[in-house]
Design a protein around this ligand. Structure first.
Ligand code: NG1
Ligand code: ZN
Length: 548
């Protein structure tokens, strides 16, 4: 059995590759200007089919989104059967397929992959797909559908949903009717599963004050309203801001989790009232940050590190109350985690913590190695994984006291509340709400755990970011030659200074992160390192302004 080459070529000719562009499967799939991505998305449809066949016909997901990036950008990524990110060894296939210059070369590349992976091409491929609210979405969806038609895929279109919802649907489809059944693969099924787990955990407690949600003018806006409708309880009293998904030019502009985290200020359309509670999603609702304003007008951010420490503490305490021995809660972070959060986890919580490379796929794999692995990027993207040994230990407990029984029941309910397939702003929000309700905490009380070190994240545009190579969970540059020595000598000048440089996997830029004991030192360090990158590695445009 081989491909129907003629059919693939016919469809491929409808979706030609822009000759001069090279595509790369990066931190979160392909991501670039939406109008240029037609051929890539078409080809992802073909590859998703092969991936499904290589997994014995299990459903593979395809999500069309560019998350927190500008509305003109778009992206595409593949989702593996359990709702996790595509296995890394296949990323190179994606890049090969996307860059085949002609339709004939494309067929050759596909045949090569089929041979290499010994794929049984007689298996019926199955693919589930969805997109966010971007204007290039319908065009890219049509290109994807061409790819699916070219290989006779059994396809399910989930419409306009959040990225984590698509991951959830994929996992549900592949576990239906098994002991590992994850839920109903529908929006209503998603809302019922997470909504019911939430109500199980909070009922009987005091109801919280209203939560204001900035939905970044993205797909999270309609979806969180549907979730609230399904929950239909004073425990989830929300008001959605930045919910305009119809007007062009509004997505992620001046709002959303990335804006709030990067600029450390509230989003457009939200003025902070002391005592009120706020959170932001990003454009595809997989990131979440909380924040509030105090009576002196100061802004306080509760980012992914704060969420991770809140959740890890809560789980650690429940495990202790449940009296389960040898059940270790661990935390996975990236180098972008605030230094004080890492010290807090190690020194105060006394929990094991490791650093992974940027991108949730890397954190996810580290978290899988822990009994209960809590992983979050500082930007608010993350979740919790209960590995099979944790589930077995939970199942084996025979509670001796009501407190123990309650803790065990709560751990089970938490497992239902958490979207284990991927970081999910809506599920994470319900998790944070649960913990705050159960502890009776305000955001200010949550914020007391530790104080962030001042930090700064800058972007430097260079001629060629591929010359930047890193090691040590991306904290040390091995190329360009000599640049790391300069960074080290700058860092040494500032108390509690830390800085590192890495090429972005989603934007054409190099990222510079810095933190130090004071805001002034931190900014001086960040701009000094950014200036060195600009001078030594082919900076383009304006040199990063020196901090005065
Ligand atoms: P890049 O562009 O590789 O830094 C960014 C985020 C990642 C991750 C991806 C996917 C930072 C510093 N980087 O990756 O954490 O979320 O986007 O969206 O936040
Ligand atoms: Zn996102």
């Amino acid at each position: 059995m081989s491909f129907d080459a003629e059919k693939i070529i016919e469809y491929s000719n409808k979706n030609p590759k822009p000759a001069s562009t090279t595509f790369a499967y990066g931190t979160a799939g392909f991501r670039t200007v939406g109008d240029t991505l037609g051929s890539t998305v078409f080809r992802c449809g073909l590859l998703a089919a092969l991936r499904s066949q290589s997994k014995n016909g299990q459903v593979i997901g395809v999500m069309i989104t560019a998350s927190h990036n500008h509305e003109r950008d778009n992206g595409v990524k593949l989702v593996d059967p359990m709702g996790e990110m595509l296995q890394q060894s296949w990323e190179a296939y994606c890049t090969d397929v996307a860059n085949a210059q002609t339709s004939e070369e494309l067929v050759e590349t596909l045949s090569h992959i089929a041979q290499e992976e010994r794929i049984d091409l007689t298996i019926k491929p199955r693919v589930a797909y969805a997109r966010d609210t971007r204007p290039s979405g319908p065009m890219l969806q049509a290109a994807l559908e061409d790819g699916l038609a070219a290989l006779d895929v059994e396809a399910s279109n989930f419409g306009i949903v959040t990225t984590p919802q698509l991951h959830y649907f994929v996992r549900c489809l592949n576990t239906q009717g098994t002991a590992a059944s994850y839920g109903e693969p529908t929006e209503a099924g998603y809302n019922a599963k997470y909504g019911q787990a939430f109500l199980r955990l909070v009922s009987g407690r005091e109801t919280p004050s209203k939560l204001f949600i900035d939905a970044a003018n993205g797909v999270g806006a309609p979806q969180v309203l549907k979730l609230a409708q399904a929950i239909n309880s004073p425990y989830f009293d929300i008001e959605v801001r930045n919910s305009d998904t119809q007007t062009l030019g509004k997505l992620n502009i001046g709002c959303g989790a990335d804006h709030v985290k990067s600029n450390q200020r509230p989003p457009a359309g939200v003025s902070l009232v002391p005592g009120s509670r706020y959170c932001s999603f990003d454009g595809d609702a997989d990131r979440l940050v909380y924040y509030y304003g105090d009576e002196h007008g100061a802004f306080h951010l509760l980012d992914g590190d704060k969420i991770s420490t809140l959740v890890a503490t809560y789980l650690r305490d429940l495990v202790a109350t449940a009296g389960i021995e040898d059940l270790q809660v661990g935390v996975v972070q990236t180098a972008y985690a605030n230094g004080n959060s890492t010290s807090y986890i190690k020194d105060t919580l006394k929990l094991p913590t490791v650093f992974a490379k940027t991108g949730v796929k890397h954190l996810h794999h580290e978290a899988e190695k822990m009994n209960i692995g809590v992983y979050f990027e500082a930007n608010g993207h993350g979740t919790v994984l209960f590995n099979p040994s944790a589930v077995a230990k939970l199942r084996a407990v025979v509670p001796e006291t009501p407190a123990q029984a309650d803790a065990v029941e709560r751990l089970w309910a938490l497992r239902d509340l958490i979207n284990e397939s991927v970081g999910d702003a809506m599920s994470d929000m319900l998790l944070v709400e649960t913990i705050l309700i159960c502890k009776g905490w305000t955001l200010a009380q949550w914020n007391e755990a530790y104080t962030d070190l001042p930090s700064r994240l800058l972007k430097v545009v260079v001629n060629d970011r591929t010359i930047f190579k890193t090691t040590n969970a991306e904290q040390t540059l091995t190329a360009p030659h000599g640049l790391q020595d300069i960074v080290d000598s700058l860092v040494a000048k500032f108390p509690r200074g830390r800085s590192f440089v890495r090429p972005s996997g989603t934007e054409d830029a190099v990222r510079v992160y810095a933190e130090a004991a004071t805001r002034r030192d931190c900014d001086q360090l960040a701009y000094a390192v950014a200036g060195a990158v600009f001078d030594k590695a082919g900076g383009r445009g304006e040199r990063p302004a020196e901090f005065l």
